[in-house]
Design a protein around this ligand. Structure first.
Ligand SMILES: Cc1cc2nc3c(=O)[nH]c(=O)nc-3n(C[C@H](O)[C@H](O)[C@H](O)COP(=O)(O)OP(=O)(O)OC[C@H]3O[C@@H](n4cnc5c(N)ncnc54)[C@H](O)[C@@H]3O)c2cc1C
Length: 380
C-alpha cells in the first residue's frame, strides 16, 4: 500500500490550512463561547470547493476522492473541531445521501446548491429514544395520493435549525422491519417543518445541533430518495462513509493537540530546562505520534476501499473507533502537558479536549463500532 499524497492533494491541504488560519482561527473562541454557528463560512468554503468535495464536477462539486476529503476535514479540525464537524455532516451525510441515492432530477436540483454552500445540508436519523438503535424510530410518513405526510421529531441533528436541505429517515412500514424505513429530502420552508430546541453542548459548540420537527409536513412523492423501504440500508451505507469523515475529524483534533503540545513542551521551562526534556512528557508525545500515525493509516486504508467501491464497513468502523479514541487520549494528554495553563481558555488544548469527545459518540459510538467490527469478524 502506498498512500503518498499527489501534488494536487498536497496543494488542496495547504489551501484548506490557509483558509482555516484566515477565516476560522481569529474567531474560534468567540464562536465557541457564544455557540455561534458561522453560516457565512459555508459560502466562503463553497467558493473553494469545500462544500461538495466528493460531488462530481457536473453537479457543481470538486469531484475529489476520499483521500483529499480526509485532508479537508483534518485541516479544518486541526484548527476547529466544530467547523470540522459541520463540514463533515454537510458533505458526507446530507450531500452524499443525495449523491448516492438521489435520481438525476434530485441530484440536479440539490447538489449544486449544497456544493456551492448556498444551502446548508442536514441529515436526520437519530431520535430522542433511538440513537444506536435507529431501527426503532418513531417518526413516520404516511402516503396520501401523490404526497407523504411526515410526523415526528428528530434529535441531535447537525444544522437542525440552519439546514436548508434536509435528508430525513422516517418509518413508512412496520416497527423493526428493516424495509420499513424510507428517506426523503425536505426543503426548509415546507409547511409543517421547523427547527426545534438547540442543544447547549460540552464541545463542538459552534456546530449547531438541534431538533427537526415535522408536524403534518406534506411532501410530494418526488422527494423520496431511492425506493420506499430502502432508507435503512441507505443510511447504513452513508454511515460507512460518514465514519471516515468522523475519523478524519478525530485525526485533525489529535494532530492539533499534538502540534500544540510539541511547541509548548519545548518552550515551557521547569527545573531549569524545557519540559520536553523530561521523559514523562516526551513519552506522552511519542505515544501521541505513534497512535496518530496508526489512525491515519487505518483511515487511508478505509478511504482506499471506499474510492475503489469495495466493502468498507469493517475497516471504516475500525478507523472511526480507533481515531476517535486516539483523539480523546491525545487531547487529554495535551491538557496534562500544558498543566494549569491547559485548563484555561487562553490556550487551545482545552477546546481540543472538549471537542474530541464527540468523535467517540457521533455517527455510532465506540461501543457500536466494536459491535460492527466483532459481528463482521465473527460471521466468517
Ligand atoms: C454533536 C452531535 C451531533 C450529532 N449530529 C447528528 C446528525 O447530524 N444526525 C443524526 O442523525 N444524529 C446526530 N447525532 C446523534 C448521534 O449519532 C447519537 O448521539 C449517537 O448515535 C448515539 O446515540 P444516543 O445518543 O441515543 O446514545 P444511546 O444509543 O442511548 O447510547 C448510550 C450508551 O449506550 C451504549 N450502547 C447502546 N447500545 C449498545 C449496544 N448494543 N452494546 C453496547 N453498548 C451500547 C452506547 O455506546 C452509549 O455508550 C449527533 C450527536 C451529537 C452529540
Amino acid at each position: 500500500m502506498n498512500f503518498d499524497k499527489s501534488e494536487n492533494h498536497v496543494m488542496i491541504a495547504q489551501m484548506v490550512r490557509d483558509f482555516a488560519e484566515k477565516e476560522i482561527r481569529p474567531h474560534l473562541m468567540k464562536w465557541d463561547e457564544e455557540q455561534f454557528f458561522p453560516r457565512d463560512l459555508f459560502r466562503k468554503a463553497g467558493e473553494l470547493g469545500l462544500m461538495g468535495v466528493l460531488v462530481p464536477t457536473e453537479y457543481g462539486g470538486s469531484g475529489l476522492s476520499y483521500f483529499e476529503y480526509i485532508s479537508v476535514i483534518e485541516e479544518i479540525a486541526k484548527v476547529c473541531g466544530s467547523v470540522g464537524l459541520s463540514f463533515a455532516a454537510h458533505n458526507s451525510l446530507c450531500t452524499n445521501h443525495i449523491l448516492e441515492f438521489g435520481n438525476e432530477e434530485q441530484k440536479k436540483k440539490y447538489l449544486p446548491r449544497l456544493a456551492s454552500g448556498e444551502a446548508v445540508g442536514a441529515w436526520g436519523l437519530t431520535e430522542a429514544n433511538t440513537g444506536s438503535d435507529a431501527m426503532r424510530m418513531k417518526c413516520t410518513a404516511k402516503q396520501e395520493g401523490d404526497y407523504w405526510i411526515i410526523n415526528g421529531t428528530k434529535n441531535w441533528i447537525t444544522h437542525g435549525i440552519s439546514g436548508e436541505i434536509v435528508v430525513v429517515l422516517v418509518r413508512t412500514g412496520e416497527l423493526l422491519d428493516s424495509h420499513g424505513i424510507s428517506a426523503f429530502v425536505v426543503e426548509r420552508g415546507t409547511p409543517g417543518f421547523s427547527g426545534g430546541k438547540k442543544e447547549n453542548k460540552l464541545g463542538m459548540r459552534s456546530s449547531e445541533t438541534a431538533e427537526l420537527i415535522f408536524d403534518n409536513c406534506k411532501v410530494h412523492k418526488s422527494q423520496l430518495l431511492g425506493k420506499e423501504g430502502e432508507g435503512f440500508k441507505q443510511a447504513m451505507k452513508i454511515l460507512d462513509g460518514g465514519r471516515i469523515s468522523i475519523g478524519a475529524l478525530a485525526l485533525g483534533i489529535a494532530k492539533g493537540a499534538m502540534d500544540a503540545s510539541v511547541k509548548y513542551s519545548k518552550e515551557r521551562q521547569q527545573f531549569g530546562k524545557p519540559i520536553s526534556e523530561f521523559q514523562g512528557i516526551s513519552f506522552k508525545i511519542a505515544d501521541m505520534a505513534t497512535e496518530i500515525e496508526a489512525a491515519e493509516l487505518l483511515l487511508y486504508q478505509a478511504a482506499d476501499l471506499k474510492n475503489k467501491k469495495l466493502p468498507v464497513t469493517t475497516v471504516s468502523a475500525m478507523a472511526k473507533y480507533y481515531a476517535s479514541e486516539v483523539s480523546v487520549r491525545a487531547s487529554t494528554e495535551a491538557v496534562q502537558i500544558f498543566g494549569g495553563y491547559g485548563y484555561t481558555k487562553d490556550f487551545p488544548v482545552e477546546k481540543f479536549y472538549r471537542d474530541s469527545k464527540l468523535c467517540t459518540i457521533g455517527e455510532g459510538t465506540s461501543e457500536i463500532q466494536k459491535l460492527v467490527i466483532a459481528r463482521n469478524i465473527l460471521k466468517n
